[in-house]
Design a protein around this ligand. Sequence first.
Ligand SMILES: *Cc1c(COP(=O)(O)O)cnc(C)c1O
Length: 480
Amino acid sequence: MELIFEISKSGRSAVQVPASDVPEVNIGDAIGPKYLRGDLDLPEVAEIDLVRHYTNLSRRNFGVDLGFYPLGSCTMKYNPKINENIAALPGFAGLHPNAPSEFAQGSLGLMYDMQRLLAGLFGMADFTLQPAAGAHGELTGVMMIRKYFEKRGEKRRRILIPDAAHGTNPASGALCGFETVTLRSNPEGGVDLNHLESLMTQDTAALMLTNPNTLGLFERNIEKVAAIVHGAGGLLYGDGANANAYLGKTRPGDLGFDVIQLNLHKTFSTPHGGGGPGSGPVGVAEKLVDFLPAPRVVKNGEGYSLSEDFPYTIGRVRAFYGNFTVIVKAYAYLRSLGEEGLRRATEMAVLNANYIKERLKSYFDLPYDRVCMHECVFSGNRQVAESGVHTSDIAKRLIDFGYHPPTIYFPLIVPEAIMIEPTETESKETLDAFCDAMIAIAKEAKENPQRIKDAPLSTPVGRLDEVLAARKPDVCWERS
Ligand SMILES: *Cc1c(COP(=O)(O)O)cnc(C)c1O
């Protein structure tokens, strides 16, 4: 496809500016010539060429509105458009972040209600809405853990992280100056309790547990895990990025978690992986409330205001108050579904993942064969052994069938991993069609493996050098 610069023809225009009805001013005189650029080489195209160019570009992309997107751990579900409309209401979208509290009561009230709603749903004492993403929420949570031990005068240097945790967890611990220690999983895919006991010393600040973990499995011994961590004076951190696996069924606070971060841009009506704004609220148990980021929305009588008056706060972690429109969408989603609707969404997410697991398990290796939560993890080992077809080949071939590939080669503890998250919003027909495609590929691997290794066959470009693309991205166009 040609670039918009390449189809440019001098003199063409897609806009017609109406005749001016105010006196002309030379802008160079008004702001000074140094702000003017004569060399701004903008493309000149007619409206129809402009429309075609961007419409064609958008058709080269893939999104949930086009088809099934089972990218494991990312919850690429359909998000109702009405929540976008609500977030775009002028009172929300047009509010200036520096508006005085008395002009922002509705928005402050929404944030206050959201904090209380999340606290109730997750069984935590309070929430901050400041962090801008899941990993940012983790960082915020670990900063609070660090401050908690500082205030108690305890020097604890280590954080434990299971080998089935999300990859951002060790990074968050290390960024706060902790040494991160890997905790082994047991053969069932849960925490190895003996290993945990041996590592949970007076030097250990916390265990960061992704639950359900990246195998899509719920920790069966969660109460024992919490007791071991608390028994040694440590804190239990929960990575709650995939809350659609248990929302309305269980509350992390009741299970013993002291801190938990959420991904509003997964579970709550904003897509993950879209490159747009996210939101990673962090909930805490009573003993950590003092350390929450400030400013916080507080309620005084009937009104709301922002208060910085928290002496032990870790401070501000984000400009202004977080990505407000993402919070509005999540609030609209929560209020429109209600408790019963959320529970039903969880049930569908888990049912859909188990349906796929059962339909595909005779065609692909299933290393942990037990009831899964919101996603299931296969291994491509059998295909490698039988025909030399790797998981990456299977993923490429799925593109020819019209699907976004699942997450692959993650979690790291499953060789040739294929991590499928169907989400709660997909119909049985969609799941069946996807399973049929996976089964067809499994058969093709035996009969015509080369075809899979050559895939994708239906796209404008085939296999790219992904390493080169990541290491030396060529994103600048130069006029020839
Ligand atoms: C997605 C995810 C994260 C990271 O969230 P970002 O918003 O991408 O930073 C952390 N933990 C788990 C378990 C996740 O699935």
